[in-house]
Design a protein around this ligand. Structure first.
Ligand SMILES: CC(C)(COP(=O)(O)OP(=O)(O)OC[C@H]1O[C@@H](n2cnc3c(N)ncnc32)[C@H](O)[C@@H]1OP(=O)(O)O)[C@@H](O)C(=O)NCCC(=O)NCCS
Length: 431
């Protein structure tokens, strides 16, 4: 997809100097220093001390692909950095294809060093570094919804938490043709990987997976809590081909016949496989409740059960995006229909601001050209608003109602229509 190796991208000089002013050393690290980085990241996310085996498994990601940024304070008594941040070039599914995305993760600042601008320096530095490296968009998943908007990120690929009162919901659709079979955990990890890569291009907002993520889901990595509780099934079609997989745990409720079936991951390559896996979960004997997160916000489940009031579906923010280069980002996705808009994007960090004429006529694809000073702007929006609407997850009319988009109502509607996507975006994993 992209030929950029994130590990070759240098630490941003502006942020390096800003942190150096406060006596802190901000740099890209590699090799054995990654071990201390990981210990600091575990601590930053309120986890216990990682084992050597956990460190070794996680470090392999950095040896292979990920770039680690760390901030050191010479006065600290431990060799751990006081702040961490990881990044790599991933692939983001967009309407009509995929594009390289600067993925950001492991953002932590030690509790001893919080609220003195270290995270701000790291985040701003990352965005400048990614833009300088030629990336048009950055992405992340967030622990808290209030952290990243100030840097121009916005929720763009939501997901839904689903809770099913299994007995009330019942099964209300035709019997799926796919069969569901239990599998060993090694097979489960391989199935998840295979299915994710086969299907992720059908979900705008989803990103490329990696082997360790699937091994974690399947309970095969060091540090997994109660891995032996993890069960897995695959769905196969009438020819026996793999069409779906599901990871789940069963937890006893107040009584032996009110178990909770907690889905760790559910992925289907066909609607029939999706139905087969859900029916398997909902009709599991002795199970009263089924729960799953990171499901599509337009999931078919309410249409598959006998009583839709047995299904509670709560959409929430999940995948956050930050456009770094407006023309490149708009050109990377397909836009719907014929339209023409003179657009201004504002960006407090100065990375993506500018004014352009954006138009699409007939089958010629989108044409984007900078506006002359004399040309009147028709629609103005901040970079976060454009990032939120980039995959069609929210309309510009909604953002206009929130004061994030201003201009001619007809032009707002025209651009909003162009950004609309055939399928609502969804991000199916954490990164
Ligand atoms: C979130 C975290 C990285 C912030 O680090 P920090 O160095 O204290 O942040 P900064 O001092 O640079 O603050 C930058 C801005 O973010 C705000 N901010 C920082 N942490 C915040 C939080 N948890 N929630 C909301 N706002 C936050 C600050 O108020 C500040 O705002 P301003 O510059 O607009 O006035 C740090 O608290 C942390 O490690 N938390 C635990 C791990 C975590 O949740 N990481 C995020 C992973 S997605």
């Amino acid at each position: 997809m992209s030929h950029i190796d994130a590990r070759d991208v240098p630490a941003d000089e502006t942020s390096r100097l800003r942190l150096a002013d406060g006596g802190l050393d901000y740099r890209v690290i590699a090799g054995e220093e990654i071990d201390e980085f990981l210990r600091a990241s575990w601590r930053g996310f309120l986890d216990g001390e990682p084992t050597d085996a956990e460190i070794a498994e996680e470090r392999a990601l950095f040896d292979a692909q990920r770039r680690a940024i760390a901030v050191f304070d010479d006065t600290a008594l431990q060799p751990l950095p006081v702040a961490t941040e990881a990044s790599w070039v991933s692939s983001l599914t967009v309407p009509g294809g995929e594009m390289p995305m600067w993925a950001i993760s492991d953002v932590t600042v030690a509790a001893t060093h919080r609220r003195r601008g270290i995270a701000r320096a790291m985040l701003e530095g990352e965005l400048r570094a990614a833009a300088d490296a030629g990336l048009a968009v950055a992405g992340l998943t967030a622990t808290e919804a209030t952290i990243y908007g100030r840097y121009g990120f916005a929720p763009a690929a939501p997901a839904a938490e689903v809770s099913v009162d299994a007995r009330r919901a019942g099964w209300g659709a035709a019997d799926p043709r796919a069969r569901v079979l239990f599998v060993e955990r090694e097979q489960l990890a391989a199935d998840l990987h295979d299915l994710h890569e086969r299907t992720r291009l059908s979900r705008p907002g989803d990103v490329a997976g990696w082997e360790r993520r699937w091994r974690q889901k399947a309970g095969l990595t060091e540090g997994t809590e109660k891995p032996r509780e993890i069960r897995g099934v695959r769905a196969v079609d009438e020819e026996g081909a793999l069409v779906g997989a599901m990871v789940f745990r069963l937890k006893e409720g107040k009584t032996y016949d009110s178990h909770l079936l907690e889905i760790g991951h559910l992925i289907a390559a066909t609607p029939d496989a999706h139905a087969a896996l859900w029916r398997f979960a909902i009709t599991y004997d002795l199970v009263a409740t089924v729960r799953a997160d990171l499901q599509p916000t337009d999931d078919a489940l309410p249409w598959l059960v006998a009583d839709r009031r047995g299904v509670a579906l709560r959409p929430h923010d999940h995948g956050w995006l930050r456009i770094l280069d407006v023309p490149a980002a708009l050109a990377a996705r397909s836009l719907t229909g014929a339209f023409g808009v003179r657009l201004r994007v504002t960006d407090p960090l100065g990375l993506a601001d500018g004014s352009w004429s954006v138009m699409q006529i007939g089958g010629q694809g989108v044409q984007i050209a900078p506006l002359e000073d004399s040309e009147r702007v028709e629609v103005t929006l901040d970079v976060g608003a454009l990032s939120a609407a980039f995959l069609g997850g929210v309309s510009l009319e909604t953002l206009a109602a929130a004061g994030r988009v201003t201009g001619d109502a007809e032009k707002i509607a025209a651009l909003s229509g162009a950004l609309r996507a055939h399928r609502p975006p969804q991000l199916s994993l954490w990164y």
